[in-house]
Design a protein around this ligand. Sequence first.
Ligand SMILES: [Zn+2]
Length: 63
Amino acid sequence: MVDEPEPAPVLCVRCGRSRAEATPVEALTWVMTHDERGRSLLCPACARTHVRDIEGKLPDEYW
Ligand SMILES: [Zn+2]
């Protein structure tokens, strides 16, 4: 197996919103998270709602 680069996710994993439709400034506030399945993306609204969940789940080495 070749180690392929993972494509960056562009949809919020919780609400399915597309980051491509966000304004450039707003896109910067989207949050990339890491879990056992790889990278996932959260829009600002979902990130705020679930910030404690995210922080509790993330391994320290990603921060
Ligand atoms: Zn969302």
